[in-house]
Design a binder for this molecule. Structure first.
Ligand code: KG4
Ligand code: ZN
Length: 332
């Protein structure tokens, strides 16, 4: 089965063609980072206009690179949500037009499910699965008893982890997007600055806004007292505290749910090198669980994962029709 996937939920316009869940025939991504970094973050109206400008070229490129035409495509999958509403509409309208003009099934895809299913490109998933989703908009620990079943066990009560990385990077004047900059800087630093340890109410829930404010207070206090601090040490202290918050909760869940066979990670922050190291550490502690992290190119937003998730949703009978519309806060 050959599926064309379309992604436009935030600041990446992307189109991909995937055969039988696993074989990537083509994948093209147009990132808008260079435009938005001038503003220090994504400007939704600007983002949706650029999606409109790019989407047709990307569809053409993805088909050309796969050496296919729309006649060879079995279904069109598209991100319905969650994401920025104006951005999502661009992808949804493009997908609807293609599907109806070429008489193809249309499959709405959940962006977070797609981040999880990106792991299908590495290995088959063995259920029950525990999925950690860490992106600019989400931080969730999701239990999947079987394919296409999602139960949120824990999530952030305030900022998403990627958002915290980006905000801390802004406080430290490192530029946008901050995640990769903090990741790189933290490698040269030590975890020596005491930052507030996050406190979330639910057993598996997480919190990052207190930590983010803690970094801001710390820099302000240093400025007031005419003290200097080491950028690399602050990046490392923040990153370590934030990741420990997540990994404490992962351990609690793995201890409480001994039926979990497979742990997977998805979302932009899964590109973080320290997070990947910490997943490696878990392997020794839980030898009965398989641990998978998606390939770097599939961590941040792309359409390969939309095509994979679209294939799975199609197999589970999910279809869209003329009434399909974007949903910025679509629940998984
Ligand atoms: O999944 P994604 O591309 O978009 C959303 O759906 O939000 O994730 C983007 C987020 C940004 O906050 C970015 O700073 C973060 O992923 N990110 C990282 C790294 N690479 C991207 N965070 C930490 N370390 C990284 N290496
Ligand atoms: Zn994403």
């Amino acid at each position: 089965m050959i599926v064309l996937g379309i992604e436009s939920s935030c600041d990446e316009t992307a189109v991909a063609v995937v055969k039988d869940r696993k074989e990537v025939l083509s994948s093209v991504v147009a990132s808008q980072i260079d435009v938005h970094k001038e503003f220090g973050g994504v400007v939704p109206e600007v983002a949706s206009r650029i999606h409109v400008e790019n989407i047709s070229y990307l569809i053409e490129d993805a088909l050309k690179q796969a050496h296919l035409t729309m006649n060879d495509i079995d279904a069109v999958a598209v991100t319905k949500g969650p994401g920025l509403i104006g951005c999502l509409h661009v992808g949804v309208q493009a997908a609807k037009t293609l599907a109806f003009a070429f008489h193809k099934p249309l499959v709405p895809v959940h962006h977070i499910a797609a981040h999880i299913y990106a792991n299908e490109l590495v290995t088959d998933l063995h259920y029950p699965v525990l999925a950690l989703v860490v992106s600019g908009g989400h931080t969730q620990l999701i239990y999947m008893k079987e394919e296409s079943s999602f139960e949120i066990l824990g999530q952030t009560q305030d900022d998403a982890i990627g958002e915290a990385f980006d905000k801390v990077a802004r406080v430290m004047d490192l530029g946008y997007p901050g995640g990769p900059k903090i990741d790189k800087l933290a490698k040269q630093g030590k975890n020596i600055y005491p930052l507030p340890k996050p406190k979330a109410k639910g057993k598996y829930d997480m919190s990052f806004s207190g930590l983010k404010s803690g970094v801001l207070q710390f820099t302000k206090r240093c400025a007031r007292n005419h003290e200097t601090y080491n950028d690399a040490d602050l990046a490392c202290s923040f990153q370590e505290t934030a990741l420990n918050e997540i990994f404490d909760k992962i351990r609690l869940i793995l201890d409480d749910y001994p039926d979990i066979r497979h742990f997977v990670v998805g979302g932009g922050v899964s590109a973080n090198s320290r997070l990947r190291e910490k997943v490696e550490e878990l392997k020794d502690e839980y030898p009965d669980v398989t641990f998978t992290v998606p390939p770097m190119a599939c961590c941040t937003d792309n359409a390969t994962m939309i095509a994979v998730a679209g294939t799975i949703a199609y197999e589970h009978g999910v279809r869209g029709d003329a009434s399909l519309t974007a949903d910025s806060s679509w629940e998984i």
